[in-house]
Design a protein around this ligand. Sequence first.
Ligand SMILES: *Cc1c(COP(=O)(O)O)cnc(C)c1O
Length: 388
Amino acid sequence: MSNLAKNYNRKKISFKYGRGSYLYSTDGKKYLDFVMGIAVNSLGHAHPSLVKTINKQSKKLWHVSNAFQIPEGENLAKKLCKKTFADYVMFQNSGAEATEAAIKVARRYFFSIGKPNKNRILCIKNSFHGRTLAAIYASGSKKMTEGFGPKVKGFDHFTFGDHKALEKKISKDTAAIMVETIMGEGGIKVIPDFCLRELRKLCNKKKILLILDEVQCGIGRSGDFFAFEKSKVKPDIVPIAKGIGGGFPIGAVLMNKKVASGMVPGTHGSTFGGNPLAMSVGNKVMDIVSNKKFLNNVKKLSKYFLSNLNKIKEKYPGIIKQIRGRGFLIGIQLNQDQTNFIKNLMENKLLTIRAAENVVRILPPLNVKKNELDEALKIINKVCSQLK
Ligand SMILES: *Cc1c(COP(=O)(O)O)cnc(C)c1O
């Protein structure tokens, strides 16, 4: 009997070790891992540079309090700001902490300019921002909030794509709009660039803040460092996590100078956030992933992969409804429930994971090789032909 709480419906498989794009199970099988800890292991398993970095740092210093200077964190914050819209960074340990902190930054900004009533956050219905109390009520999902009342107040919702409802939902008490640039758990739904630009315009017009949750789609996953970059939009606040640690838990909130002015000493903190061990790994991931050549390769290979997935879709229109996504944040939307399809892929040694709307989510490591993509395409094609 397992003593782990039953909040997960786990597959009956465990792994001994991982190398690059592959996982090796305790029962001696080799799997192509296109889950990557849900977009977390951005450089695959046991990346030699990351192994070296963590080994080296582990012999020097793991943790000190944020009461002291932490040069490794200063360094990573500098890199993140140099590469992006941001002027300041607050380090956390996870995605939910990062989205919560993003909400705190938005509210605190309006408090600090004498408008404490502006504290409501407008989100997409059935989005995903994490599993803490505020984050589940931000999602507006019945499934995630059921049984966890009383309701955390301060969140309003609009339906994905319903621009009119969105504008109507903005009240004098709205502080910010918070959306995922590409909805991950929600089924790999990309907010088009023109919508992002309209969102920015709307926020400017209403004098509210734009929070883009890039916990899943950020850090090179889309082929750009941030998924919103292509649209040329500059958000005010961006929570990140998953990919930045390459497998080590790191979260962060990036923000511009204007909103950072509210975060004076004592307003927020985290015991573990920004510790030297995490920061040294984050620096290494950042150095590799923010490189232009690296990102161009993600763009090139993901284009190849997506176009071949679309060819499979044309061959099996009865099975595949739509190929969605950008970069290596990809969804295969099926015409029916995806459970059996995922099981068949797994039996053929390809690991994938579900998302909402009958979507099979495919998340290769960002440094995946072309022959590994070909291997996955072959398996997906085979499973389609078997299920046809
Ligand atoms: C995963 C995710 C989160 C929550 O991250 P945790 O580390 O699980 O707390 C928040 N927002 C988005 C968009 C995510 O995909």
